[in-house]
Ligand binder design. Structure first.
Ligand code: GLA
Length: 707
């Protein structure tokens, strides 16, 4: 029996009397370790007889009397498919446990090592499995998930993220029906806009933003994935990993298959507590550390679309520099014959007509203005009308005798192929070596279709789903090693590829092509349910946006984007002197509060899904400072209080006193706080009244500093 304790939680497993690995406990850490459940056939688990079918196993392999979702299913060379895994041995290294299980029929030589890494400070366990063929014949994996998570019986609600292009990461909640399975998944080759590999569960009706027991998890995988939540009267089980849809993996003798990590955690302080644990973990252990805050960027996509010229980019760059922007990014349209979405994808050299002297003069101009230079690429794609496709028509995903479907006039390159990866690495490495480029936005604008790999032996062809993702990871890892200073942004037609796998190799993510600030509040709420605000890039664009007719003030637009990594994406050639002046002030304010937004703990005080206001607060890890964002979506009827939003501020040190930066802020029912310090406990219990929000889309930022 192993007890994996973290600061406030515990995860316990043991060897079942029959030899398998039994799950025993996941939840709060108990005072007396002898109180944790012990291995055995407990009646509450319905371990045998006619009710067989559910034993809370750590990694259920298909075989015997098992009827729930397996983590592992395979076929041996002799056609055998039954897999009774038994404990073999284990190893403890620091905060990591590895338990090896094996098929008792030794000639098969099959072993599975389950890895557990405790993240002590954040109550997380990172799990993955390593499946090894130590036999003499090949075998085929048909299901190979990362982990099963087991929860004690209860009536649970599930929180997850659904969406679509332009409306990613929308929080959805549903109460789980007993005996039903809820499946969250992507079969699109990418993480997807439609669902995201994150879950949170808590007892229905008893979980709130800052209260209640929550079990949560996130999968580190950027291709097809599946998370299934199955409730029975006896137990609730979550299985997850690479999707088994159209999956088959030939494992030759001596080979191993590593599943992606699946991070799980337990929080006793509600959904907000779950998010904050994931955020801290990402800041400390997942996101690559550049040793500095994410820069304020300008991206010229919405201003110039495909019509990129060095002259116009320089006009934009001068305006951006005047605003205090730190990174100037040229998006799509700089390469090959890319004048529209029909041409040029794949030809990653500067357009000879637009950049006859290469990128050098523009980069030098941008650097002279004191900014870094960044570039957009979409390396996994080709247009049919490109030199790359004409030279290598066999490099795209396709099936024999079929014309693959186009989407956005493009096809997907097969990154499972060694020649494709070698070519792309050489091209991108060359681009970064020949030019002082500080930032790459790596886009992926379409899902897979017709995922054929006809040149591979038939038995290996379905591996393309997985090998493509591993290929993308490999290239990102190698580029990062070759060019350690470069910042990478993940993008997939907006937020179609945001997950812990890609975020381990990219510094930030483009959350959505929809930059309407009101829509964005909801997208950002869902994004931050699972992912750190530092990773969330948000541009200020025009009002109204292309998405809606809403007229929204410049301040509101900035305040929404300042809740993540700030970017500007509007055509700033059109901004009036007054807009330029105000925007520069707001960029300067962002730089002041950036350590809190990018490095602090997020408390979602009021959700944009409820009522007419949203409020957020970021608190420094040492609670020395905080910044509060208040957004009024629409004012109420003509009541004297309609322009006042009152919010209670969690997360502060109750016994410390804080100075409040903004004017027009009072303690609820009290006097102005201008020049009058107030205790953390009063801020948490009585709350602030932010005044003057007397129009639709009015907003305010309030800073708090401990004295
Ligand atoms: C995608 C991205 C946008 C932009 C365009 C360029 O849609 O999400 O931000 O880069 O591609 O074609």
């Amino acid at each position: 029996m192993w007890i994996l304790e973290s600061q406030r939680s515990a995860y316990v497993l043991g060897v079942f009397p029959e030899g398998g690995l039994q799950h025993l406990w996941w939840g709060p850490r108990l005072t007396d370790p002898s109180d944790y459940p012990t291995p055995g056939a407990h009646p509450e688990h319905q371990a045998g007889g006619i009710n067989a079918g559910f034993v809370p196993e750590e990694y259920p392999a298909w075989g015997g009397m098992r009827f729930t979702n397996p983590c592992l299913k395979l076929t041996y060379a002799d056609g055998g498919r039954d897999l009774p895994l038994g404990y073999r041995d284990h190893r403890i290294t620091g905060d990591a446990l590895a338990v090896a299980l094996a098929d008792p029929y030794e000639p098969y030589g099959l072993s599975v090592t389950l890895h557990y890494q405790i993240v002590w400070a954040h109550d997380l366990v990172v799990r993955w499995a390593e499946i090894t063929n130590g036999g003499t014949a090949p075998l085929d994996l048909e299901v190979a998930l990362s982990a099963a998570w087991n929860l004690p019986p209860d009536r649970y609600a599930l929180w997850h993220l659904h969406g679509q292009w332009g409306a990613e990461t929308q929080i959805e909640q549903q109460v789980l029906a007993v005996s039903a399975t809820v499946t969250l998944e992507s079969r699109r080759g990418q993480t997807s806009h439609v669902a995201n590999p994150f879950f949170a569960l808590g007892a229905a009706g008893r979980v709130e933003e800052e209260q209640g027991r929550v079990w949560f998890g996130a999968l580190a995988w950027s291709g097809n994935w599946r998370i299934a939540v199955q409730s029975t009267p006896a137990w609730t089980q979550i299985t997850g990993g690479i999707s088994d849809f159209d999956f088959r993996w030939r494992l030759a003798p001596g080979e191993s298959f590593h599943t992606p990590p699946f991070v799980g955690g337990y929080a006793n302080d509600g959904l907000g507590g779950a998010s904050r644990r994931l955020h801290r973990y990402q800041r400390e252990e997942v996101l690559p550390s550049s040793g500095r805050w994410q820069p304020v960027l300008y991206n010229s996509w919405e201003a110039t679309t495909f019509h990129v010229t060095p002259e116009e980019q320089m006009v934009l760059a001068k305006r951006a520099a005047a605003l205090g922007v730190e990174l100037f990014v040229v998006d799509d349209g700089w390469f090959g014959t890319r004048d529209n979405s029909h041409r040029g994808l794949g030809d990653w050299f500067p357009s000879p007509t637009k950049f006859p002297q290469g990128l050098g003069p523009l980069i030098a101009g941008v650097q002279d203005l004191g900014m870094d230079f960044g570039l957009w690429v979409e390396p996994e794609m080709v247009n049919p009308d490109s030199d790359l496709y004409r030279a290598h028509p066999d490099w795209i995903l396709h099936f024999p005798h079929r014309t693959p479907s186009q989407h956005r006039n493009q096809w997907v390159l097969n990154f499972a192929r060694d020649d494709v990866r070698a070519y792309i690495l050489e091209i991108l490495d060359g681009l970064l070596t020949q030019n002082p480029i500080a930032f790459i936005k790596w886009d992926h604008n379409r899902p897979f279709s017709e995922p054929g790999w006809p040149d591979a032996p038939a038995i290996h062809q379905r591996e393309v789903w997985v090998r493509h993702v591993l290929g993308v990871y490999e290239i990102l890892d190698r580029l990062r090693a070759l060019h350690p200073g470069v910042i990478f942004e993940t993008c997939a037609g907006g937020g179609g590829r945001v997950d812990l796998g890609i975020l381990a190799r990219t510094d930030q993510a483009w959350a959505s092509d929809n930059t309407d600030p009101f829509d964005r509040l909801r997208i950002q709420e869902g994004f931050t349910a699972a992912y750190a605000p530092r990773a969330m890039v948000s541009w200020v664009t025009r009002s109204p946006t292309w998405a809606h007719g809403r007229h929204v003030s410049l301040d509101f637009r900035f305040h929404v984007s300042m809740a993540g990594t700030l970017g500007i994406g509007d055509d700033i050639r059109n901004w009036s002197p007054e807009e330029m002046r105000r925007a520069a002030e707001l960029v300067a304010l962002y730089k002041e509060i950036r350590p809190l937004v990018q490095g602090g703990d997020l408390y979602r005080i009021r959700s944009p899904r409820e009522g007419s206001e949203t409020a957020l607060c970021y608190v420094a890890e040492d609670r020395s400072a905080a910044v509060v964002f208040v957004y009024q979506h629409h004012t109420g009827p003509l009541h004297p209080a309609r322009s006042i939003v009152s919010v209670r501020i969690p997360g502060l040190d109750p016994s410390a006193h804080y100075r409040v930066s903004a004017e027009r802020v009072r303690l609820f029912g009290g006097a102005s706080l201008h020049d009058r310090p107030v205790s953390g406990s009063a801020l948490a219990e009585v709350g602030l009244c932010v005044e003057g929000l007397d129009a639709d889309y009015a907003s305010a930022i309030v800073q708090l500093h401990r004295i």
